[in-house]
Design a protein around this ligand. Structure first.
Ligand SMILES: Cc1ncc(COP(=O)(O)O)c(C=O)c1O
Length: 375
């Protein structure tokens, strides 16, 4: 059965003659972003009034993220990177020696190492091993105890493409009194993100969300907010800036979420790109995009297995995502071979990652498999 792209690759810059299967690394740039930049340039030159319009668009984008993740807009902050989101908990929770964090042995460094400075204070990071490249939810929950403060995971693995069952992890974490912190960088934009069951959910924008670097939306639950102290302060935290205190430190209340996590201006131009990209994702429908990506993944995995590769992405549909990965000691060479044939994938760290998003179809899958068969 043929799988057609949900949107044409012609909507992106530079994809003529290219098979783009590396959104897990960098998404291609939407042509419609060019007019967003022109819009930003016009508003940026328009002083106070232009700034007001950019601020209004920032708030509109916050609402779109909230729609995508099904959470209240007032609980979504714009952070500069997903690493910063995880570090918010690392810095803000009131830790004691003997506490621990549970994560996986396959985590992306921003999730696994955000706790680095705490280890010197006697806080342990428990890295739960995978079982033949599958991280089992029951193993993560089994590694938690009464001193576990945070369960920190990627929703979708950058390494294997496994999509974890966040609902199950959230129930387990909550039963044990711990917070669930999720990096949704490889999930948001390609699979449904149930951010509302998490305590912190952050995602970079430059991959599956089709925008660019410098902005990472972050959901923070009321429970997590009540347990964390703000550790960053700036002008955006102030409820007002009274004129009579111009020459003193302003002594006014601090704003709650979302400004609580935004001490200064977030990257406003990046937010405008994100807003444009969200229009495409929301109008296409996350249910359709998720189904499409999982169908592509199943097709890629079946083809790789036929060619004799060791696929490390789980086989059940609900554990699939946009990333399908196989082991290879020659990952770099495979990348170079495919690149020379106009096929872009990501090959490093002993595995090759093939990513399928809404502009990919079965023709792309057939091309990469044919090129691998000839390598
Ligand atoms: C799971 C995951 N989180 C975060 C990042 C990087 O995001 P940021 O630079 O916004 O921290 C990556 C990049 O590959 C990633 O795979």
């Amino acid at each position: 059965m043929k799988i057609e792209p949900l949107i044409s690759p012609d909507a992106f810059v530079g994809l003529e003659g290219v098979t783009h299967l590396c959104t897990g690394g960098e998404a291609p740039w939407m042509k419609s972003h060019q007019s967003v930049y022109a819009d930003f340039a016009r508003l940026k030159s328009r002083g106070y009034e232009g700034r007001g319009e950019v601020a209004a668009r920032t708030e509109a984008c916050r609402k779109k993220v909230a729609r995508l993740w099904n959470v209240p807009a007032g609980r979504v902050a714009f952070m500069p990177s997903s690493a910063e989101g995880m570090n918010w908990l690392a810095r803000g929770l009131d830790w004691s020696a003997g506490d621990n964090i549970v994560t996986t042995s396959l985590e992306f460094p921003s999730v696994g190492y955000a706790w680095k400075s705490l280890e010197a204070e006697g806080v342990a990071v428990r890295r739960v091993p995978h079982c033949r490249w599958i991280v089992r939810e029951e193993d993560l929950l089994g590694a938690m105890d009464a001193r576990t403060r945070v369960l920190a995971v990627s929703q979708v693995s950058f390494y294997t493409g496994q999509c974890l069952d966040l609902q199950r992890l959230a129930e387990g974490a909550s039963r044990r009194g711990a917070l669930l912190a999720v990096d949704a960088t490889h999930g948001s934009g390609v699979v449904e993100v149930p951010a509302g069951v998490t305590d912190l959910c952050v995602s970079s924008s430059y991959k599956w969300m089709l925008a660019t670097h410098g902005v990472a939306p972050c959901y923070l639950s009321p429970r997590a907010e009540s347990r964390t102290a703000a550790t960053c302060f700036g002008w955006r935290n102030l409820v007002a800036w009274p004129r009579d205190q111009m020459e003193a430190l302003p002594d006014v209340p601090i704003r709650p979420m979302p400004e609580k996590m935004e001490p200064g201006n977030p990257s406003l131009v990046s937010i405008m790109f994100l807003s444009n990209a969200l229009d495409v994702l929301l109008s296409t429908g996350m249910d359709r995009i998720q189904e499409h990506a999982r169908q592509l993944s199943a097709r890629i995995a079946a083809g790789l297995e036929r060619l004799g590769y060791t696929v490390i992405t789980p086989g059940e549909s609900s554990a699939r995502s946009g990333n399908t990965c196989f082991l290879s000691a020659e990952a770099g060479k495979i990348h170079d071979h495919l690149r020379s044939r106009g096929i872009l994938v990501w090959g490093e760290l002993g595995r090759v990652r093939i990513s399928g998003h809404l502009y990919n179809g079965s023709r792309d899958v057939d091309r990469v498999l044919a090129a691998l068969a000839g390598s």
